[in-house]
Design a protein around this ligand. Structure first.
Ligand code: GLA
Length: 778
């Protein structure tokens, strides 16, 4: 766990060791982060050897010609003392300079976690080390917090600045972590994208100079998620050294990787210094967001597993921690703004027949919200759409046998709204400039207490009145014109906005932990650990095209477990990509998350209804494994395949999604590997799925007894009522054979069709269920 001696601090998790050294001048050195060391190993052997003076370097001490901060692996660093790399701080000191010299003063070791006052903190840690640094000249302190989450192999870090002097200090930058590692030909992996293409994984070599991963939009953003990996060059899903980093914060974030000429790699992570300035008055402290780190020598799946367990155990809280999430129907893509009570009740009744559990009424139920140009801010029910009010409507949904959930976008206002007409000062804007809009809306100023009170009061009263059990909390534009009349110093704006958001969420949902909160920001524009402290799941993307979701959900899976990702089955052709995909593939992709449906069920054919009812029943049967199982990205060796697997806690059941992106002509044999099972004999079988005859077009004449026009009425009617059976395979074998890979039946290549040919084509998929043979079966 945490042990210290004169020269070092050592933090052990079950599988990793993190070692910090203290130099004779009181600087902190980063000594080691990697696999668990033996008890005897320590600073003596593992510290960088300092035996040469590097020309043109600045020396810290006149008596010591090999002690140059620039050439050391440090755990924290200053400006103006000879380290020319990116410093985790930039303070304007009482003498007007930016020079600091933070030196070890003392340390404490506490049991458990130390929660922050205004920001979410991971909970349930084992021990916390606080190393207190003091500037050599002024009474300014930096407390470095390290919390060990032993079983999940995660260590969290954060910094707190305290001003115990008599004059204010201006903080222009304060990172949560800084650490230097010797380079291992590191590659950096980040999640980048934008609206409807969030979370795409990108890899780049760590080269000389600085690489930045940051957001300036006011949210953690869909452009660059705060999480990133640093991995040795040859690392893959199952092998190699990988470091994962993430941040419990929902605002502007900033991470740098800097490689210097000595081949040391610095990692810094924290609040984005962009437009940031904080005046720290005497007796005040500034808390930075908590960052989390994990190491694994077992490749990307290794760090993913650590991060998944950490989130399920130490981030998600409240009644929905580790609890199975309901299958929902969201009416947005079915209706957009065009609905009335009759349409909604019909949709809800159809949903109930299919086995769905929760009905979510999305945007458009309040004020004059008949389009996206009006109504945001006015959370009173539109009587034209719901004549008897929200409570009566919610009761009707519950009488159908479904739980009821509701959409809000509480941080926003339309200029065309009662709220804006009566309180224009609630919106973020500058008095002397015209305001810029995003999706026709302005952002409410969460730095203001009266705005926070308004939101808490509005949202809470509806939640209580209509006994809502699920909330979708949306946020559909980036912040611009950062300015608040409540602030003297506008450099505090972005951070104070996020503190305001956390306060509002705590006040609304703290006393209502029975409500399942799903956060959303035009999809995954605020998919981060900060939001996950309040909302157990997040709408991963407005993009429900399953082929795009293979990239989005796979990207997110490097850092976030399936239980955090809202994933829905929607219509085809897809709304944004126009891609046509089989219903089965839409379902199989959504299975590896919290399943929902988002389409107008009244247009489903009888055959599709049967299909969806079977999907829902199947998901319910294996829901726990889909949401909380051990997730693997399985190597496929073919560029047109994506294979995902999730394994039960007892390692006796595995569910594998086998996805084909673009088909190739005369595709070679496919192999299916099932990994992570306990030793023993297992049966693997394909989930049986329908083959819709429209997929065959003109080919149908080869199997039908009479010639049919592929685009004729008979075919269209037949397609609604009949389907063919796709290939089902069943094998019994050992876990070793499954791990080596089972060759699957061949794919269709145009030379015949029968039930032992897999009919995948473009965007086809199969789900395989692998279950341990029980005693009776033997
Ligand atoms: C955003 C969300 C969607 C939907 C609409 C409603 O785009 O991401 O899921 O709720 O808003 O306006």
């Amino acid at each position: 766990m945490i042990t210290t001696d004169e020269r070092s601090f050592r933090l052990d998790t079950d599988c990793t060791t993190y070692l910090i050294g203290k130099t004779k001048y009181g600087h902190l050195e980063h000594i080691y982060y990697g696999n668990l060391l033996s008890k005897e190993d320590g600073v003596n052997v593992l510290a960088q050897k300092r035996s040469i003076m590097v020309g043109s370097s600045v020396l810290y001490s006149r008596e010591d010609d090999v002690y140059s901060l620039d050439g050391m692996c440090l755990e924290w660093s200053d400006n103006g003392r000879g380290d020319y790399r990116y410093s985790p701080t930039e303070f304007k000191m009482p003498d007007g300079s930016f020079v600091t010299d933070f030196i070890y003063e003392r340390h404490e070791i506490l049991e458990g976690t130390v929660a922050m006052e205004a920001m979410p903190t991971a909970y349930g840690g084992d021990q916390t080390l606080i190393i207190i640094l003091k500037d050599k000249t002024y009474p300014i302190f930096i407390d470095l917090y390290y919390t060990v989450f032993k079983q999940t192999n995660v260590i969290s870090r954060r910094a707190v600045v305290r001003n115990e002097g008599s004059v204010p200090v201006t903080i222009r930058r304060i990172m949560s972590i800084s650490m230097d590692l010797p380079d291992e030909c590191f590659q950096m992996y980040t999640l980048d994208g934008g609206w409807i293409k969030e979370g795409n994984l990108h890899k780049r070599p760590v080269s000389y100079g600085i690489t930045v991963n940051s957001s300036t939009t006011g949210a953690s953003s869909n452009r660059h998620n705060p999480a990133f990996l640093l991995a040795e060059a040859d690392a893959n899903e199952d092998y190699g050294s990988v470091y994962a980093f993430n941040m419990i914060y929902s605002g502007n974030h900033y991470s740098i990787i800097e490689k210097n000429e000595r081949d040391y790699v610095r990692v810094c992570m924290g609040i984005n210094p962009h437009l940031f300035e904080w005046i720290l008055s005497p007796e005040e402290k500034f808390e930075t967001p908590e960052c989390v780190m994990s190491y694994s020598s077992q490749g990307f799946n290794g760090t993913s597993h650590n991060m998944h367990d950490f989130i399920n155990e130490h981030i998600v809280r409240g009644d929905y921690k580790k609890k199975e999430r309901p299958i929902l129907l969201n009416n947005w893509e079915a209706h957009f703004f065009d609905f009335n009570e009759g349409k909604l009740l019909r949709l809800a009744r159809d949903a109930k027949k299919l086995g769905i559990e929760l009905f979510v009424l999305d945007d458009g139920w309040f004020g004059d919200r008949n389009h996206d140009r009006a109504g945001l801010g006015d959370y009173r029910v539109n009587p034209k759409k719901l004549p008897d009010g929200m409570k009566a409507f919610a009761d009707k949904i519950r009488n159908i046998g479904l739980d009821f959930g509701l959409w809000f976008e509480p941080e926003m206002v339309n200029e065309d709204s009662e709220l804006y007409r009566s309180h224009p000062e609630y919106a973020i804007k500058l008095p002397n400039r015209h305001s810029v809009l995003g999706r026709n809306q302005l952002v409410l100023d969460l730095c203001k207490k009266e705005v926070r009170d308004y939101i808490v009061e509005q949202v809470s009263s509806i939640l209580d009145e209509a006994k809502i059990s699920y909330v979708k909390w949306d946020m559909n534009r980036h912040i611009a014109e950062a300015f608040s009349t409540a602030l003297k110093n506008q450099g505090e704006f972005y951070h104070r906005y996020i503190l305001g958001l956390y306060e509002v969420l705590t006040r609304i949902f703290g006393p209502r932990s029975h409500i399942l909160l799903e956060s959303c920001s035009s999809g995954g524009n605020r998919f981060d650990l900060g939001m996950l402290c309040y909302s157990p799941q997040i709408w991963a993307s407005d993009d429900t095209d399953p082929i795009e979701r293979l990239k989005i959900q796979a990207g997110l899976s490097y850092f976030y477990p399936q239980s955090t990702m809202g994933a829905h089955v929607s219509g085809s052709p897809h709304q944004q990509t126009l891609r046509e995909t089989p219903l089965a593939t839409r379902f199989h992709a959504a299975c590896f998350g919290c399943l929902g449906y988002e389409l107008d069920l009244k247009y489903l054919s009888p055959e599709q209804r049967k299909d969806i009812a079977e999907q829902v029943a199947f998901y319910k049967q294996y829901r726990k494994i889909f949401q909380y199982g051990r997730f693997y990205r399985v190597k496929s060796y073919k560029s047109n395949k994506v294979i995902w697997e999730t394994v039960s806690e007892d390692k006796e059941t595995a569910l594998t999604g086998f996805f084909q992106t673009l088909a190739t002509a005369a595709e070679s044999s496919d192999k299916l590997k099932v990994i992570g099972l306990k030793k023993g004999r297992f049966t693997i079988r394909t989930r049986s799925q329908r083959l819709y005859i429209e997929r065959f077009g003109g080919l149908i004449k080869h199997v039908a007894p009479v010639e049919l026009n592929p685009d004729g009425v008979i075919m269209r009617v037949a397609n609604r009522h009949y389907s063919l059976k796709d290939c089902v395979e069943t094998y019994t074998c050992s876990s070793e054979a499954l791990a080596a890979g089972i060759p699957l039946c061949e794919q269709f290549i145009g030379t015949g069709y029968h039930e032992s040919i897999r009919m995948l084509g473009d965007f086809g998929s199969n789900m395989y269920i692998t279950e341990k043979e029980n005693e009776q079966q033997k």
